[in-house]
Design a protein around this ligand. Structure first.
Ligand code: NAP
Length: 259
């Protein structure tokens, strides 16, 4: 009797959660969803999970060996560059197959005014010299880059408080977890008299309302583009990755390991 396919899902995203929900209760897979442990109260999945870093590439290699993992699914956020690079290196070292489950980035449509940039430093520069009311929605980790642009008045939104708080002379923090609706975003941007929205190009539906709201208000969006992803098989919808997993669980011969 073949053992259930042991899958490590690197999550912390809508994709990780939706995959966990779809695989819960399936007898021929044994998935574990991994969180970095960044958010103070993560939404816990209906499958086995673990929380916290692995301890770099070597730690991940040890985890994969100890747990006899058959397949790694990188369902991390498109901007979780380090975790993705570690997964690629650890899978290469162990011979364990790696696939990506990730959403494509958003594309500008008619009515969008985007300036696309590669980094938070470039986003801060793109704000220009005239004081603006800026809505910063980059998460907590890249706020320090805006210390180089202290002229502006910032509205910062994140799930948990930034630690340390960036030293910005004019700012206000709102703590809240999406998804946010279109009307809610329009109301917020109007009420706060926002001139410019700064966003990561994260793709997906969960955080798209702010982009549509900025379009409807004619606001400029400074859009940080995602880093390139690993060159491995990739899936961008649940149905196709589930098909791939079930096919492996039912038919695939044992995967040769370089261990
Ligand atoms: P990162 O910079 O790529 O990773 C930094 C370190 O955090 C990794 O080296 C690893 O530590 C640990 N880590 C990251 N993801 C992990 C996971 N799923 N399971 C276990 N350890 C993990 O990651 P990040 O950008 O800080 O993102 C952290 C988490 O938040 C990820 O799960 C990501 O999917 C999620 N997220 C990120 C963003 C974003 O904009 N970056 C947005 C929404 C959600 P070790 O080296 O010790 O293994």
């Amino acid at each position: 009797m073949p053992h259930p396919l042991r899958i490590l899902i690197l999550g912390g995203t809508t994709e990780g959660r939706s995959l966990a929900e779809a695989l819960a209760g399936e007898s021929d897979v044994a998935p574990v969803l991994s969180f970095a442990g960044r958010t103070q109260a993560p939404q816990l999945p209906p499958i086995a999970f673990r929380i916290g870093g692995f301890g770099g590439i070597d730690g991940l290699i040890a985890y994969l060996r100890d747990n006899k993992t058959d397949l790694v699914i990188d369902a991390t956020h498109p901007f979780a560059e380090q975790m993705s690079a570690h997964a690629k290196a650890a899978c290469r070292a162990t011979g364990i197959p790696l696939v990506l489950f990730s959403r494509p980035p958003w594309q500008a449509v008619e009515g969008d005014h985007w300036i696309e940039v590669e980094s938070a430093v470039a986003a801060a520069l793109a704000l220009g010299e005239n004081p603006q009311r800026v809505f910063l929605t980059l998460g907590r980790q890249q706020l320090a880059a805006f210390e180089a642009a202290p002229t502006h008045d910032y509205l910062i939104r994140s799930i948990d408080p930034p630690v340390p708080m960036p030293r910005l002379p004019k700012h206000r923090l709102i703590l809240s977890r999406g998804p946010f609706g279109f009307e809610e975003e329009v109301d917020l941007m109007r009420r706060e008299k926002i001139d410019i929205l700064v966003s990561k190009n994260s793709g997906g539906v969960a955080t798209y309302a702010k982009i549509a709201a900025a379009r409807s208000l004619g606001l400029l969006v400074i859009m940080m583009q995602p880093p390139p992803r690993a060159d491995v098989p990739s899936f961008d919808d649940l149905v196709s990755i589930l098909g791939f997993i079930r096919d492996r669980a039912h038919h695939a011969p044992p995967v040769p390991r370089g261990v």
